[in-house]
Design a protein around this ligand. Structure first.
Ligand code: OSB
Ligand code: MG
Length: 368
């Protein structure tokens, strides 16, 4: 692959509605758009999904920008690659910083697929032409949660994720179940519980939740295995799984029955696919998580979720879930609860140059 230039743009856009979790409220989203161009002028796009502050993982927009600019791009410059997997393996020389690695690696996947006139989905082994769409409800009150569920139900979403924490769990879920006894609901705790809360967590077995996502510490695998033995609701791990190695350990220890795969969290599509393949082999269900992302990362998620092991609707919502106007053309749309998987080369979406320009705060160019 003859990479000639990498462009990094820091962009910022307001969210349509504030996104509430017990860790804080997100009202605008900063992110990094990565464009990798080859000597023939063909471009691949990726997105750095770290947030402005390290509330979800330790990375931030600033640390990602530093690692990409001063570490990963120089590595790429000095070690020509033939395939996107070579980039993933090259980046293993550097510890962690998964979102920075993933942003670049995924831009290279897009470029490679475009060069080979193949959709990214086909390139990584995708088998689906459409994927089931789920949505997250991250509201600050019960009334607003119920209003959001009603709206998203009308829009066709097939699975609803409710953010919970020890101060807002049983009564909220009970009310939701009162109105929607059969709705496919799951809960995401973002590590807000400890093992001292076993009784609270066991009580949630009353609600027939599809799963509870990441109840315990963000870096824990052991305690989740103890918890899973005590509760009926399947545990799904998010924050705790940052590599194939973590996924293997969690499955072997029985720490979860389901894994949320986010390419950004695990360092890119190569690692994400490795986790997927292992889970498929072991009969562990997976789904594709979201990062309040812009359209480019959303497009990569669609390709990832087209792999055969993604059997549960993920956090892959339409562009208009978060944005007045997205940076891709066409925008991601949900029809009858499904998002269709593009079969055109690469991620299969174009760039809305006008919107991207409007959202751009800074730009750095690296020539090879
Ligand atoms: O924990 O899954 C999470 C958003 C940002 C960071 C972490 C998480 C989330 C979500 C929503 O829950 C994902 C989305 O729909 O984009
Ligand atoms: Mg989560």
């Amino acid at each position: 692959m003859n990479i000639a230039q990498v462009k990094l743009k820091v962009i910022c856009m307001p969210l349509k509605y504030p996104f509430h979790t017990h860790l804080g409220t997100v009202t605008e989203r900063e992110g990094i758009i990565i464009e990798v161009m080859d000597a023939d002028g063909i471009s691949g796009y990726g997105e750095g999904v770290a947030f402005s502050t390290p509330w979800y993982t330790e990375e931030t927009v600033a640390t990602s920008l530093h690692i990409m600019s001063d570490v990963l791009i120089p590595l790429l410059k000095n070690s020509p690659i033939k395939h996107p997997e070579d980039a993933a393996i090259l980046f293993q020389l550097i510890r962690r910083n998964h979102m920075a690695k993933a942003g670049l690696e995924m831009a290279i996947w897009d470029l490679y697929s475009k060069r080979n006139l193949t959709s990214l989905s086909k390139m990584i082994g995708g088998t689906r032409s459409e994927i089931a769409s789920g949505v997250v409800v991250a509201a600050d009150s019960l009334t607003s949660s119920l209003r959001q569920i009603e709206k998203y139900l009308e829009e066709g979403y097939q699975r609803f994720k409710i953010k919970i924490n020890p101060g807002q769990d049983y009564t909220v879920l009970k009310e939701i179940r009162r109105y929607y006894p059969e709705l496919p609901i799951m809960a995401d705790a973002n590590s807000s519980y400890t093992l001292n809360d076993i009784d609270r967590l066991k009580a949630l077995d009353d609600f027939n939740l599809m799963m509870i996502e990441q109840p315990l510490a963000s870096d824990d695998i052991i305690e989740h295995s103890l918890l899973q033995k005590k509760i009926k609701t399947p545990i799904c791990l998010d924050e705790s799984i940052v590599s194939f190695h973590d996924a293997k350990n969690a499955i072997e220890l029985g720490s979860c029955k389901i894994i949320n795969i986010k390419a950004g969290r695990v360092g890119g599509l190569y690692e994400a696919k490795k986790i997927h393949d292992f889970c498929l082999d072991k009969g562990i269900e997976v789904w594709c998580g979201g990062m309040i992302e812009f359209g480019i990362s959303r497009a990569h998620n669609i390709a990832l979720a087209s792999l055969p092991g993604f059997t549960i609707p993920g956090d892959i919502s339409a562009s208009n879930r978060f944005w007045e106007e997205d940076i891709i053309i066409p925008e991601v749309a949900v029809k009858n609860g499904f998002v269709s998987v593009p079969d055109t080369p690469g991620i299969g979406f174009g760039i809305n140059e006008k919107k991207l320009k409007e959202a751009t705060r800074t730009e750095k160019i690296f020539t090879f």
